[in-house]
Design a protein around this ligand. Structure first.
Ligand SMILES: [Zn+2]
Length: 300
């Protein structure tokens, strides 16, 4: 039995996956925002609740909106800021009496889709969450590529490639840089490009575009062309079999036809076999991928 925990900024979700890959149950709890000790207690409590219901002890994998710093062993890059600088994995391992695996939530998303989702069976997978931000993760032969700095796949804070004059320097990003991929390709980035005064979700903009509303159509076309440029650089470096999209923007169906057509001139190859697909498990990929952290090398 594997337990996966998705430790988000507002809720903690837990799942139990049986050895045959089937979901056994799911539980949710509120995240005690701003309180590290209570967050630890909430995660440990959720694990114990799940184990009581399924009747066995399980492996525990946890996805977080951040990473474990290889330099210090504590959490970094987390927008749940009360986790930053804390030895979360060690503390939970002590509380639960077993080793814990912890990974970035976008890496968990990519792992879930590579394990039994839209990229099942693919050797090299790039998983992208186009949501509030633009997280991404790399899975190679079923294993997350964490990287020496634990930032493998963090493509959202690269500059938008081949920027046009009106894309330079680009919007300021919370990371301190200008023109990051995230400022253009996150859901809020698309909404801002559509209108500064008429806030819309990605789905709403897509619906307006489908009705022929010219501003929405223009914003969506700019978005598709930018996504194509940004993913072409990924193809040129990683050459993945499959790129999986998740998050709110991934629900725009036309991306899967338009973007592969638009990335062709930017990819250094006569033919591009890389497939662009929509996530199979949707919002559940984070918690599922956390459980799958124990799929490979269970002794590690
Ligand atoms: Zn940035």
């Amino acid at each position: 039995m594997r337990i996966g925990i998705d430790l988000g900024g507002s809720k903690i979700e837990g799942i139990a996956i049986a050895d045959d890959g089937h979901e056994r149950l799911r539980r949710r709890a509120q995240t005690p925002r701003g309180d590290y000790d209570r967050t630890l207690a909430a995660v440990a409590g959720l694990v114990r609740d799940i184990e009581r219901d399924v009747g066995v002890q399980a492996t525990v994998g946890i996805g977080i909106p951040g990473a474990v710093s290889p330099a210090t062993g504590v959490i970094k890059n987390a927008n749940s800021t009360w986790l930053i600088g804390r030895p979360l994995a060690d503390d939970l391992a002590r509380m639960l009496g077993r080793p814990i695996r912890l990974a970035n939530d976008a890496n968990c998303f990519a792992l879930s889709e590579a394990a039994d989702g839209a990229a099942a069976g693919a050797d090299v997978v790039f998983g992208v969450i186009l949501g509030t931000g633009t997280g991404a993760g790399i899975v190679i032969h079923g294993k997350v590529l964490t990287g020496v700095n634990a930032i493998g796949g963090e493509w959202g804070h690269n500059p938008l490639p081949a920027p046009k004059d009106d894309e330079r320097p680009g919007p300021m990003c919370y990371c301190g840089r200008y023109g990051c991929v995230e400022t253009f390709l996150s859901g809020p980035g698309l909404a801002r490009d559509y209108s500064s005064t008429d806030p819309r979700t990605a789905e709403q903009i897509a619906a307006l575009a489908a009705q022929g509303e010219p501003r929405a159509l223009a914003a969506l076309e700019r978005y598709e062309e930018r996504l194509a440029r940004a993913l072409a650089t990924v193809v040129n470096i990683l050459d993945p079999d499959v790129i999986v999209l998740g998050g709110g923007v991934s629900n725009i169906g036309r991306l899967y036809e338009s973007v592969p057509r638009l990335w062709t001139p930017h990819v250094f190859s006569d033919h591009v076999a890389t497939r662009l697909v929509r996530a199979k498990h949707g919002d559940s990929s984070g918690v599922r991928g956390a459980a799958w952290l124990w799929e490979v090398e269970p002794s590690g």
